[in-house]
Design a protein around this ligand. Structure first.
Ligand SMILES: [Zn+2]
Length: 244
C-alpha cells in the first residue's frame, strides 16, 4: 500500500477494487481492510468530535448529561487515520533509537506501552475517544492516569464516567484489571461499543499478522512473527472483556 493513498469511499468501493460486486441482502456492515486500518476516508460527524454518526450522536447525549452534572467533556483525541498514527510511530521510534540510543526492539517495546502500531489503532475506527473534563485548571500533560485517580483533577469526572458512560454505549478499553496485558491503563480512552465490537470482530477475521508484515514504515523491519503474534494477543485483544 502506497503512503498517503486515500480511498474515496469506504467498504463498498474498497472491496469493488479486488472482488466482483456481491449482492448482499442483509444489512450487516461489512468493514473493509482499508477501513479497519484507518486507510479509508470515512464520514465523520461533529466539529471537533469526528466520530461515526451513531457514535457522534451518543457522544453528544453523554456530553449533555455530563454537563448537567457539572462536567465539561472535552475531546482530546478521536478519529486518527493510519498516516497520523504512522507519524506518531516514526517520531517516537526516531527519538528513542537516535536521541536516546535505544536498541530497536527496546524502542518498539517502549512505544507500545501507550502507542499502537500504525493500522491497529482503535482510533482508526471513528468509535474511540480520549476525553477529559474541561473545567479544572490543569498543568502539564492531561492524559496521565494520576490525574484521574484519588486527589487528581479528574477524579470526580472518572467516577461519573464509571457510573454513566456505559449507559451511552461508551466502555473503557484499557482497564486497570491487574492481569490485563498489552497497553497500560488508560482511564481516558472510551469506545462506542455498538460499533467497535462488530469492527473488532471484522478485524479479527482478517489476517492481521499478514497485514502487518506487509507494512513498510520505520522500524517495522524488526518485527518478528513472534512479536506480532504477542502484540495482537496482548495489545489488540487483551482489553475490557465487554468489548470483545
Ligand atoms: Zn486513545
Amino acid at each position: 500500500m502506497k503512503r498517503r493513498t486515500f480511498i474515496k469511499k469506504t467498504a463498498a468501493s474498497g472491496l469493488a477494487c479486488t472482488f466482483p460486486p456481491v449482492l448482499t441482502l442483509n444489512s450487516d456492515p461489512d468493514y473493509s481492510i482499508l477501513e479497519l486500518m484507518g486507510k479509508a476516508e470515512i464520514a465523520l460527524y461533529g466539529e471537533g468530535i469526528n466520530l461515526r454518526e451513531e457514535a457522534y450522536e451518543a457522544f453528544v447525549k453523554m456530553k449533555k448529561a455530563a454537563y448537567s452534572d457539572g462536567f465539561d467533556i472535552k475531546m482530546v483525541s478521536s478519529f486518527r487515520d493510519f498516516y497520523r498514527q504512522e507519524g506518531i510511530w516514526e517520531r517516537k521510534y526516531l527519538r528513542y533509537t537516535e536521541d536516546d540510543e535505544m536498541q530497536p526492539l527496546d524502542a518498539i517495546d517502549k512505544i507500545i506501552e501507550y502507542s499502537t502500531i500504525p493500522g491497529t489503532s482503535r482510533h482508526h475506527w471513528g468509535t474511540d475517544i480520549d476525553i477529559i473534563d474541561g473545567f479544572p485548571k490543569i498543568t502539564g500533560d492531561v492524559l496521565v492516569p494520576e490525574k484521574f485517580e484519588e486527589g487528581g483533577p479528574f477524579m470526580k469526572f472518572k467516577a461519573w464516567l464509571d457510573e454513566n458512560s456505559e449507559s451511552f454505549g461508551f466502555y473503557l478499553v484499557y482497564t486497570d484489571e491487574p492481569k490485563r496485558r498489552g497497553f497500560k491503563y488508560e482511564p481516558w480512552h472510551y469506545s462506542y461499543a455498538p460499533i467497535s465490537i462488530p469492527m473488532l470482530t471484522a478485524f479479527r477475521k482478517k489476517n492481521i499478522l499478514k497485514l502487518l508484515q506487509n507494512e513498510d514504515f520505520v522500524g517495522c523491519e524488526h518485527f518478528t512473527t513472534g512479536f506480532l503474534k504477542t502484540y495482537i494477543q496482548n495489545n489488540i485483544l487483551d482489553i475490557n472483556q465487554n468489548l470483545l
